[in-house]
Design a protein around this ligand. Structure first.
Ligand code: BTN
Length: 272
């Protein structure tokens, strides 16, 4: 479907602050996140990897992420951050917001973030984020030069050109693509450039302004406060109404059977 992404698409916004020190474009790979995990010791901070097709794309909580060849944006970035940097805990929130902004900007679609790692259009999933940390050689310095680095890999998948028949039966009721949601043809290359630009800006914004501003903007881009939610956590199912996102990016839920509970993304799964 359509031409492969080029470096000029990925870096269409001109020089970036942090991302793009290296750009790797692959026709096929197991997973762009796995590629960066394997190669983190040999690649610079800010490396971007994008692929046309993944044979073993991964989602959160061990799920599989599948996309027809050439249909999606499958892109990961590598950051070398101090181990105690707040970005390790906020990477998913940051990247979901960046993906939402990129979709709005480049495709003109009214997307919303959906806790913890998704972007939705009309209540259906159009994009997801998988952020993972990885150890790197102790000889590798973090980006600010303050001691050893911990690798952070942020992977984003955006469904761009799929038609409804492209989704497997179990996802069909809850998944969508930009093409399905848009009245006009979707320019995947433009969305990719916008994604990289927005990620770069959000990473710089977090370093400069801290978590509070990021979380406020995430809240503004989220339309499901007040909606009912069902979550699995510690082997139990919880039902309630979303109240807010906490300052550490936990979801705060008013439970049906009384009381409020915080849910951490790392240990909770949300039903669509
Ligand atoms: C989710 O919704 O659970 C997260 C999906 C993340 C998919 C992207 S595609 C690029 C990167 N490589 C992967 O294997 N996964 C992420």
């Amino acid at each position: 479907m359509h031409r492969p992404l080029a470096i000029s698409d990925i870096l269409a916004r001109g020089p970036l602050g942090r991302l793009g020190n290296a750009v790797v474009l692959l026709g096929e790979v197991d997973s762009t996140n796995s590629y960066l995990r394997r190669s983190a010791d040999d690649l610079p901070d800010g490396t971007i990897v994008a692929a046309e097709y993944q044979t073993a794309g991964r989602g959160r909580l061990g799920r599989v992420w599948r996309s027809p060849r050439g249909s999606s944006i499958l892109l990961s970035v590598l950051l070398l951050e101090p181990a105690d940097s707040p970005i390790h805990k906020l990477a998913t929130t940051l990247a979901a917001l960046a993906a939402c902004e990129a979709i709005r900007e480049a495709a003109g679609i009214d997307a919303a973030v959906r806790w913890p790692n998704d972007v939705a259009v009309r209540g259906r999933k159009v994009a997801g984020v998988l952020a993972e940390s990885t150890s790197v050689s102790p000889a590798r310095e973090s980006v600010n030069g303050e001691g050893a680095a911990r690798g952070l890999i942020i992977g984003v998948g955006i469904n761009c050109l799929q038609q409804s028949g492209h989704f497997p039966a179990e996802l069909a009721p809850t998944a969508t693509s930009l093409e399905i949601e848009s009245a006009a043809a979707v320019d995947r290359a433009r969305v990719a450039g916008a994604l990289v630009g927005r990620l770069d800006r959000r990473i710089a914004g977090l370093a400069a302004g801290g978590a509070a501003g990021l979380l406020d903007e995430w809240r503004a881009a989220c339309d499901d406060v007040g909606t009912r939610v069902e979550l699995c956590c510690d082997g139990a199912v919880f039902r309630g109404t979303i109240v807010d996102i906490a300052d550490n990016a936990d979801l705060i839920v008013q439970l049906e059977d009384g009381g409020r509970r915080h849910f951490a993304a790392a240990t909770s799964s949300r039903h669509w």
